[in-house]
Design a protein around this ligand. Structure first.
Ligand SMILES: [Zn+2]
Length: 278
């Protein structure tokens, strides 16, 4: 009895500090470009086809108190997208993080939410980063997706090669479904079928849990009006994922959408193009 009591106290002493010791991150949204005059109906299912808006192109920086510098998504830089889209106010994503005191080589980890050109298009801009991606997303877009002409829309062959090269260099970690234990202070979550296996990320800050939705929720309007994103591989997963994002975040205002320029009105600026999510 006495021994059991002692063992329990020892066990509690061991567990308690661990619990308090979860790594914490400062979270920033960094805007590296704008795409002008974008159709809202391509973002919000059922929106008026006449509605247009300038959308924000962003990456998110997670600055760890332990020195880890992770980014969620990597933006884009390849030529053809500047011809295809009305890109404005562009700065290379790897340069856009400079106001945070960061160089491209300071980025230790790159979490890829999904393989679309505007999110996975800058893997090669962050040469030292370990890439974290859902294993199913990696497998599909480096393999099966290219077996048919219409299953790789928005995926750039050069980005596929970049991530394969990173894997050959031993610097890709596969995430298998929902995982909140592999990286302290971060949770990886299966997204709303925006692509084959898109993911979103939960982040512990000193005060709260922030959710970086990326394109699993394009705009605040998706969450506010409970409308699925317009681009999803099935009709049901997206709303389910949005509900989970809402419950995972400490507050719904801390679910950060993939392309909503309002992010830069709702949070305090640390520089022109950068806000701190808190
Ligand atoms: Zn996107």
């Amino acid at each position: 009895m006495r021994f059991a009591g002692l063992a329990l106290i020892v066990a509690l002493l061991l567990v308690a500090p661990l619990r308090g010791d979860v790594d914490k991150y400062e979270v920033y949204a960094v805007r590296f470009a704008t795409i002008a005059n974008f159709r809202v109906a391509s973002l919000v299912a059922g929106a008026d086809p006449a509605r247009r808006m300038d959308i924000a192109m962003m990456i998110w920086v997670l600055k760890g108190i332990d020195g880890r510098v992770a980014i969620v998504d990597s933006g884009f830089h390849r030529e053809q997208y500047f011809r295809q889209f009305a890109v404005k106010d562009y700065i290379k994503p790897s340069d856009a993080i400079a106001p945070l005191g960061l160089k491209p080589e300071s980025v230790t980890d790159l979490i890829v939410s999904h393989m679309h050109w505007d999110h996975a298009g800058g893997i090669d801009l962050f040469p030292s980063a370990r890439v974290w991606i859902q294993k199913d997303e990696y497998d599909y877009y480096t393999g099966d997706a290219w077996q048919s002409p219409n299953t790789h829309g928005g995926i750039d062959p050069d980005d596929v090669q970049a991530i394969v090269k990173r894997n050959i260099a031993g610097k890709v970690s596969f995430v298998r479904g929902d995982d909140e234990t592999t990286v302290s202070g971060l949770s990886f979550n299966v997204g709303g079928k925006h692509t084959w296996a898109s993911q979103y990320v939960g982040v512990q800050t000193p005060k709260a849990t922030v959710v970086i939705a990326s394109d699993n929720m394009y705009l605040y309007e998706n969450l506010d009006a409970r409308k699925p994103i317009a681009q999803t591989l099935d009709g049901v997963s997206n709303l389910r994922a949005q509900d989970r994002m809402r419950s995972l975040a400490s507050d719904p205002r801390l679910v950060v959408p993939g392309h909503d320029p309002a992010v830069f009105d709702r949070f305090p600026h640390v520089s022109d193009r950068i806000v701190r999510i808190e």
